[in-house]
Design a protein around this ligand. Sequence first.
Ligand SMILES: Cc1cc2nc3c(=O)[nH]c(=O)nc-3n(C[C@H](O)[C@H](O)[C@H](O)COP(=O)(O)OP(=O)(O)OC[C@H]3O[C@@H](n4cnc5c(N)ncnc54)[C@H](O)[C@@H]3O)c2cc1C
Length: 237
Amino acid sequence: MIQKGDTIPTDRYLIGGANNLLISPTPPPLMMLSKEFAYIEENSGILEIGAAMPTGRIVSYAKKHNIGGFEFCSKLPGTLGGMLAMNAGVKSYEIFDILHSIQINGEWINKEHIPHGYRFAKLRGVATCARFEIVKGFNAALLDSLLSLRTNQPHDPSAGSAFKNPPNEYAGRLIEAVGLKGYRIGDMAWSDLHANFLVNLGEGRYEDAIALLHLAKERVKRKFGIPLQEEIKILTA
Ligand SMILES: Cc1cc2nc3c(=O)[nH]c(=O)nc-3n(C[C@H](O)[C@H](O)[C@H](O)COP(=O)(O)OP(=O)(O)OC[C@H]3O[C@@H](n4cnc5c(N)ncnc54)[C@H](O)[C@@H]3O)c2cc1C
């Protein structure tokens, strides 16, 4: 557990809320930020949020204080740190759109200097907090419309979308088109609600999840010539 003022170890893998991870039985050594990094402070029009802050609490804060921009984070499970590292988003909204700067390994870096794109950001270290310019006006209608998008997502445990959407395509559509929607190995399956969600139906094993990922990649490549790229992070020693 990293506390404020600690030197950040470089030989450990940092996890946030572990919502985007597939963890093998032999993971690398792991570390987490302590609760000291779960805070929100407002100062001169700037919102500073600690990287361990859960996304749900960020949205609640934004709603309570009538701040716009964070509506899309609702129902996007995880911490601010995970969102920054993944450039998490929903539809056309991404965290980098509203970001000003991130403190990485103790140094403030403006977002323009951080390579980022669809579901990736090269942080090159541990994000401990980030700053956002405050824009007044929480958009409750936008929140409601984004929440309604979640109705086709499974409630079984998952790590969210397993693959990134290829350009102009949907990974879920491709997985369905190769006959894998609902396909099960052991207790792991491609969800029958949304084919890009790898769900755990009980005692799901890492090996079965890996087998399903390989199967989808292989079939989609063979049928469509499209290489699927994992969005989830696979942690193995
Ligand atoms: C049901 C469900 C729905 C989801 N829907 C969406 C969605 O709509 N859109 C979307 O983008 N994602 C979605 N996800 C994926 C997930 O919510 C996001 O990727 C989220 O940002 C992960 O946050 P986390 O804290 O759990 O990160 P983790 O899963 O713990 O880590 C993800 C990555 O972030 C890195 N990381 C975490 N914290 C830090 C830090 N402080 N500094 C540097 N690196 C860090 C980790 O090393 C790892 O590489 C969904 C997941 C689930 C389970």
